[in-house]
Design a protein around this ligand. Structure first.
Ligand SMILES: Nc1nc2c(ncn2[C@@H]2O[C@H](COP(=O)(O)OP(=O)(O)OP(=O)(O)O)[C@@H](O)[C@H]2O)c(=O)[nH]1
Ligand SMILES: [Mg+2]
Length: 219
């Protein structure tokens, strides 16, 4: 099969500046990570990958997060032409988390499709200690240590509200990066009512057995 015949999935990353959208795309596409921060104007990428025993083409758009562009049609076109969105916040930025609800509303207003496939990604999960603390349920201690940090229960509540998956991820370590993209592709397949491959069907039935998905958290 040549590249033109492959199923295509167009995905955009949406989130506030500095949350790690470019780092996530670079980890997913090239398996690379850089510590430098260079605000994005606009980039697009393509990656061929095997998901549930099927070779597909993923097209990624990493649009600028600057407010001036977001409110213009320039930004909207990426969402409108795309098949799904990864909404990204950083566990180290309360602001980026607080803005997610508004960003989701913007995406849903722009998107042509209802429901529109969305995955929530909590990036920079390599900022380690808070994860153990929140798993142990000692939130108040953790908040005292770092009021800016976002903890799993907060992200989990948001994912439940949205009825979508939440992936705790790190572009630095690679944790849950591929998994989040693959899950979004599955969501897009479901929304397009594409016939399921055997591997897809197995995956979906395992999730249904686990009561997914009304806000699932992947740690
Ligand atoms: N520790 C850690 N740092 C990260 C991670 N992801 C991104 N960073 C760092 O965070 C900074 C911002 O990352 P970018 O990927 O440029 O952020 P962005 O969301 O693309 O920002 P804009 O292009 O301005 O919208 C960079 O210094 C990255 O190295 C991560 O998972 N862990
Ligand atoms: Mg960027």
């Amino acid at each position: 099969m040549n590249k033109k015949e492959l199923k295509q999935y167009k995905i955009s990353l949406v989130g506030e500046g500095g949350v790690g959208k470019t780092a996530i795309v670079n980890r997913f596409t090239y398996n690379q990570f850089a510590m430098e921060y260079d605000p994005t104007l606009e980039d697009s990428y393509r990656k061929q990958c095997m998901i549930d025993e099927e070779v597909v083409m993923i097209e990624l758009v990493d649009p600028t997060s600057q407010e001036d562009y977001r409110v213009s049609n320039y930004w909207a076109r990426f969402v409108r032409d795309g098949n799904g969105v990864i909404l990204v916040y950083s566990v180290t930025s309360r602001f980026s988390f607080d803005e997610i609800r508004k960003l989701r509303q913007e995406v849903l207003q722009i998107a042509k499709q209802d429901p529109f496939p969305i995955i929530l990604m909590a990036n920079k999960a390599d900022f380690g200690y808070e994860r153990q603390v929140s798993l142990a349920g000692e939130l108040s201690w953790a908040v005292a240590v770092s009021p800016e940090m976002i903890f799993i229960p907060e992200g989990e509540a948001l994912a439940k509200e949205f009825g979508c998956y939440l992936f705790e991820a790190s572009a630095k370590t690679g944790k849950n990066i591929d998994e989040a993209f693959y899950e979004l592709v599955r969501e897009i397949k479901k929304s397009r009512k594409e016939p399921l491959s055997l591997a897809d069907a197995k995956h979906n039935s395992a999730q249904e057995d686990n009561g997914c998905c009304n806000g699932c958290v992947m740690l």
